[in-house]
Design a protein around this ligand. Structure first.
Ligand SMILES: *[C@@H]1O[C@H](CO)[C@@H](O)[C@H](O)[C@H]1NC(C)=O
Ligand SMILES: *[C@@H]1O[C@H](CO)[C@@H](O)[C@H](O)[C@H]1NC(C)=O
Ligand SMILES: *[C@@H]1O[C@H](CO)[C@@H](O)[C@H](O)[C@H]1NC(C)=O
Ligand SMILES: *[C@@H]1O[C@H](CO)[C@@H](O)[C@H](O)[C@H]1NC(C)=O
Length: 328
């Protein structure tokens, strides 16, 4: 009798347990589904603007708040390097000014480097940036808030500057503040390539697709980008274009859907312009990641990423002194 009751009790318990897990599974499942429903939304695919109308890019109106000291009309540079930077990167800007970013002539070609900045959130920092620009005359700035999500605005400000003030330059490189650039090898390869118009190169990304996992750093919602794949683009850590392409990008940009990933946005512009990405060299020379330093290796790269300001100085000094003038 007692034994029967116990068995009955155990059966009830296990039935309750089964119900419990069943409900738990169901609620977790539906939570997961509603959290990720855009993953399964097949009818939003390939229909730019059906469910999620995407807004086109709008450039920042108005004058530049800072312009660099250069007259491209009188003395056009061969290559302009534009470095995306923000207020807190003073030490990195100083390191670049002393190393690869210093104005110089390589193989008879003039190279200049300028920094792209938005308006600092803090007014006192904004005053510091203004003073820094007055001192070094190498800052390009417009009135937009300098945040990660405004990087497309920052890049497009650089493109606008080239289009309006320096279209006489042959080439433009857009790069980041934590990147090392071997300006000697880059110049050599550009001269060797002999392609002066319709040219775009860098670390090619030909088959990337949007990351729809919300917790990812690179999460892009379907509202922002409804397509399944990205067009071909070059890693934003460093890409090089002929200056006519800058004008064409400027021209087409306001009819291209806005996306906060600046390198993808440039890819969308190039797709619209039907400009194909090209390799600069048959071997890899653009490194969107960190690579180990050695003089022999760095002599044969155009750029690498994740470089500290102190490393800019040491890499540069080693490269220049230990390559016995070969790089020059
Ligand atoms: C922009 O600059 C031009 C020429 O320097 C000046 O005439 C104009 O008033 C400026 N516009 C604004 C909104 O500051
Ligand atoms: C910059 O933009 C902010 C916000 O839109 C505005 O309040 C400010 O007056 C602008 N500053 C200049 C110098 O145009
Ligand atoms: C820049 O980013 C901030 C915050 O991320 C945003 O509020 C602002 O509208 C953006 N655009 C401009 C033009 O400042
Ligand atoms: C800009 O676009 C217009 C119209 O689409 C075109 O006529 C013009 O040639 C373009 N300019 C450049 C520099 O591509």
């Amino acid at each position: 009798m007692l034994k029967g009751k116990k068995i009955h009790q155990a059966q009830m318990d296990s039935r309750k347990l089964r119900w419990f897990f069943c409900l738990l599974g169901l609620s977790c499942g539906s939570f997961w589904f509603f959290y990720n429903w855009t993953e399964f939304c097949v009818f939003c695919e390939n229909s730019q603007g059906l469910l999620f109308p995407t807004e086109t890019f709008r450039r920042i109106e108005g004058n530049f708040s800072q312009l660099p000291d250069i007259d491209c009309h009188k003395n056009p540079p061969f290559l302009v390097l534009l470095v995306a930077s923000s207020q807190q990167h003073l030490d990195a800007r100083m390191a670049i000014r002393q190393t690869w970013g210093k104005e110089r002539t390589v193989a008879g070609k003039r190279l200049v480097t300028f920094f792209l900045l938005g308006r600092a959130v803090d007014p006192s920092q904004q005053a510091d940036i203004a003073a820094e620009g007055q001192k070094y005359r190498d800052i390009i700035q417009k009135n937009f808030t300098d945040t990660y999500y405004n990087l497309t605005l920052k890049t497009m400000m650089g493109i606008e500057w080239v289009h309006r003030f320096c279209y006489q330059a042959s080439f433009v490189m857009k790069t980041d503040i934590d990147v090392f650039v071997n300006v000697f090898y880059l110049t050599e390869l550009l001269l060797r390539k002999e392609k002066t118009t319709g040219f775009f190169t860098g670390f090619l990304k030909l088959h990337e697709y949007p990351i729809r996992r919300r917790w990812s750093k690179w999460y892009v919602s379907r509202e922002e980008y409804p397509g399944k794949t990205y067009p071909p683009f070059c890693s934003g850590t460093g890409y090089v274009l002929s200056s006519d392409v800058a004008s064409q990008i400027y021209n087409v940009s306001e009819s291209v859907a806005f996306i906060k990933l600046e390198d993808v946005f440039i890819g969308l512009c190039l797709e619209k312009l039907k400009i194909r990405l090209e390799e600069l060299h048959s071997e890899q020379t653009f490194f969107p990641e960190r690579i180990r330093f050695s003089v022999s290796r760095f002599k044969k790269i155009v750029m690498c990423h994740e470089v500290e300001p102190s490393e800019q100085l040491s890499f540069w000094n080693h490269l220049v002194t230990e390559s016995h003038g070969e790089v020059l």
